[in-house]
Design a protein around this ligand. Structure first.
Ligand SMILES: Nc1ncnc2c1ncn2[C@@H]1O[C@H](COP(=O)(O)OP(=O)(O)OP(=O)(O)O)[C@@H](O)[C@H]1O
Ligand SMILES: [Mg+2]
Length: 244
């Protein structure tokens, strides 16, 4: 078995006729924060949803810790260690904070995270554990959504646009838990539209444009102009950038 924790190999995913992810390949090493960046509609969410098995794959492979999981249903992938925090949080609004967290324990693997540990990570949650999720702010809901994924004890935590609709200070507070997750042995695959945020937290970034890979590398090794070109579909050589 290779040292790779998650391998995505030539993955192609459709929405009907539309090819949303087009032969995308990458590999995530244990302990990494790997970021997928790209503009609206680039295929980021579709990619994450296909990896965890809630959207069907057209072709290609998803390999987790050496095991090909492409044909395994979502719940089997969750119990093998792939947990998604979906775009828009998707909590059960009428359930309490704690009931939402309990949902995440259904297919839980053994590991460091349980509901008590989530309350340690986010101390405010303990006091408000009986409150309905609908009454929480966007940032609080995001924290509960993260907690719900964590209690499954994922080896790879997939985060889809944590910062969506949140004030910068709230985004910083949420991203501040990343070091603790990594210290607990969780590897992170995240999607961000906010490139600066992705570059701040990731070891490697992978840019998608209309479903295709346009750039991959470590933040230190990439030039800002090349990232912008890859993100917006501009030629990086032309100075001001000409639509490709
Ligand atoms: N349920 C759906 N049915 C049909 N087409 C869809 C569906 N969801 C997404 N698409 C299309 O697939 C493409 C990729 O969408 P996706 O949501 O994966 O992009 P994204 O990079 O996550 O965008 P955003 O940054 O806006 O979240 C887009 O062209 C989008 O319109
Ligand atoms: Mg999306």
């Amino acid at each position: 078995m290779s040292g790779r924790l998650l391998e995505v190999d030539e993955l192609t995913v459709h929405h009907g006729q539309l090819c949303a992810v087009d032969h995308v390949s990458f590999a995530v090493d244990p302990g990494e924060v790997y970021a997928i960046i790209g503009a609206n509609g680039a295929g980021k969410s579709t990619l994450l949803r296909a990896i965890v098995g809630v959207h069907p794959v057209t072709s290609g492979r998803i390999v987790l810790a050496g095991e090909d999981v492409t044909g395994i249903p979502a719940r089997g992938r969750l119990s093998r260690g792939l947990a998604l925090v979906p775009e828009g949080r998707r909590l059960f609004p009428s359930l309490s904070v704690e009931e939402n967290l309990k949902v995440g324990t259904v297919r839980a693997r053994p590991g460091p995270f349980d509901i008590a540990r989530v309350y340690e990570l986010f101390p405010w949650m303990l006091e408000r554990r009986r409150q309905r999720a609908a009454r929480l702010s966007g940032g609080e809901q995001q924290a509960v959504a993260i907690g719900r994924a964590l209690v499954a004890n994922p080896s790879v935590l997939l985060l889809d646009e944590l910062s969506l609709g949140l004030a910068p200070v709230v985004v910083q507070r949420i991203y501040a838990i990343l070091p603790e997750l990594l210290a607990s042995g969780v590897t992170v695959l995240l999607v961000e539209q906010d490139v600066s945020q992705a570059l701040r937290v990731a070891n490697r970034v992978h840019c998608l444009l209309e479903g295709r890979t346009t750039l991959e590398g470590s933040p230190a090794g990439l030039r800002r102009a090349d990232i912008e070109a890859a993100y917006f579909g501009l030629r990086s050589s032309g100075g001001a950038g000409v639509p490709a």
